[in-house]
Ligand binder design. Structure first.
Ligand SMILES: Cc1cc2nc3c(=O)[nH]c(=O)nc-3n(C[C@H](O)[C@H](O)[C@H](O)COP(=O)(O)OP(=O)(O)OC[C@H]3O[C@@H](n4cnc5c(N)ncnc54)[C@H](O)[C@@H]3O)c2cc1C
Length: 433
């Protein structure tokens, strides 16, 4: 029987880094448990590449069990926390369970926000999960398949227009991937003309990638424009409808497909847990302990943490989630050994974005990189984060192979045998989706 247990909620960048850093290092009698709603961790920054079909969906996830040696993994969704009794309620494949904890780490990230604009939830496609990426990819393939069969010129034009909302990392990555994907796969749709396909990127700030130096934002814009993306900065989307996006200045941008990369909202669990919140994120002290809540810590996107390096609030990025996890691992080990904890302090190592096949921009340790070099650094970083040597090797070979071939155009519908013989109207609805 274990006398103490550290429970981590969330198997994303923060939770898995923390679990990896503590696994096998805890004193005897202290169990480590990681609870997450999926059996894998998602490499969100690579989702646009899965959307653009330059990598397969299974290459942007990593199985959590393969990352752990001694720690216990429970696949389940935490539905409630009780910081007084030190328990959490969790729904699992085996039903509802109650888990006791001695120390609890909240690393459950945030969710996509779909109520930011009228019509967004109904007409736009969010990009936050692997399921979102695969869905968008299938929608793109269905649009091309429909244009092939469509005779009405207006309908063809509408179907061929794609709009990306947001000019941050995920927005520019999506637009770049879409541009390369459409160019690469058009050859398989001989009735679709090049001038019938277009991508418009809408961004409310004056320049793309505000997190990167101005020159890199400009390089990203050049790279997208060269590939035919209509980049519009300084424009605010006001409403989304089935035919496109209305802008705040009254202008209308037509397009049948709107991919949304803007807006996140707090995980509902944060509000339900009655913890101190600031803009929906859990307020933590300098050492990442949740303010006024003994035995509870928070890291990653769900935490409102001040960076002691420059007194700023840590941004919701993978880099900061990983850095906080490393600090917290040291702090938990220090606390268990009766030593003082330390404040979270992290100096950013830079940022990078992939802009499509073999193109990127990066600012690594102050060194600006563009094009293939930036893209290689980007891929190398995410490859280094894959668990186990076998998986790294397999993905390296598949990525290298994929560099020399066009995007995959398989439209996977996951239709089960029992669903094939549906009624005519059901089939029609499925095809038109
Ligand atoms: C499309 C996209 C592109 C991005 N690009 C970049 C980039 O280029 N660079 C960068 O630094 N950052 C990027 N980010 C942000 C980055 O992915 C996040 O900052 C990072 O994932 C945060 O890690 P986290 O562990 O806090 O949260 P997450 O990675 O979101 O992990 C949270 C985990 O908690 C689980 N969970 C949630 N609720 C529960 C519950 N109730 N019970 C159990 N488990 C739960 C989730 O399933 C998930 O596994 C991007 C994000 C997106 C969506």
């Amino acid at each position: 029987m274990q006398s103490q247990s550290i429970v981590i909620v969330g198997g994303g960048f923060a939770g898995t880094t923390l679990a990896g850093a503590l696994d096998g290092k805890l004193p005897a009698g202290c169990e480590l448990v990681l609870v997450s709603e999926e059996s894998y961790t998602t490499f969100h920054p690579m989702l646009p590449e899965a959307l653009g079909a330059s990598v397969f969906p299974e290459q942007v996830v990593a199985p959590i069990r393969a990352m752990l040696a001694r720690a216990r993994f429970i696949m389940g969704r935490v539905t409630a926390l009780d910081p007084v009794r030190r328990t959490l309620a969790c729904t699992t494949v085996a039903g509802d369970i109650t888990l006791p904890y001695t120390q609890l780490v909240l690393a459950f990230g945030n969710r996509a926000r779909l109520d930011l604009l009228p019509g967004l939830a109904k007409h736009a496609l969010p990009l936050k999960t692997v399921g979102d990426a695969v869905h968008i990819r299938n929608v793109v393939l269905r649009r091309l398949a429909r244009i092939e069969l469509e005779d009405d010129a207006c309908a063809r034009r509408r179907l061929g227009r794609f709009i990306v909302l947001g000019g941050g990392f995920s927005g520019v990555e999506c637009a770049g991937e879409l541009a390369d994907c459409l160019r690469g796969i058009r050859r398989y749709y001989p009735r679709v003309r090049e001038d019938e396909l277009s991508i418009t990127l809408l961004h409310d700030l004056p320049r793309l990638l505000p997190e990167l130096p101005q020159a890199l934002g400009a390089a990203a814009r050049r790279s997208l424009t060269e590939r035919g993306v209509d980049v519009r900065t300084g424009v605010r989307a006001a409403r989304v409808c089935a035919a496109g996006v209305w802008l705040a200045d009254g202008a209308f941008v037509a397009g049948a497909t709107v991919v949304c990369t803007i807006g996140t909202q707090p995980n509902a669990l944060a509000a339900r847990a009655s913890l101190p919140l600031e803009r929906g994120r859990i307020v933590v002290d300098a050492d990442l302990a949740v303010r006024g809540t003994p035995g509870v810590w928070a890291i990653g996107d769900c935490a409102y943490a001040r960076n002691a390096h420059d007194a700023s609030i840590a941004p919701p990025t993978a880099q900061f989630a990983v850095a906080q996890a490393r600090t917290l691992a040291r702090n938990l080990l220090a606390m268990l050994a009766g030593r003082p904890t330390r404040a979270f302090a992290h100096r950013s190592r830079g940022a990078m974005a992939a802009l499509g096949h073999r193109r990127g921009v990066a600012n690594v340790l102050g060194i600006p990189l563009t094009g293939f070099a930036a893209w290689l650094v980007w891929r190398a970083y995410y490859l280094s984060r894959m668990p186990t040597l076998g998986r790294k090797l397999r993905i390296f070979v598949e990525w290298t192979w994929g560099m020399f071939f066009p995007s995959d155009i398989t439209h996977l519908r996951f239709t089960r045998s029992v669903e094939i013989e549906t009624s005519g109207s059901e089939q029609k609805a499925g095809f038109l989706l």
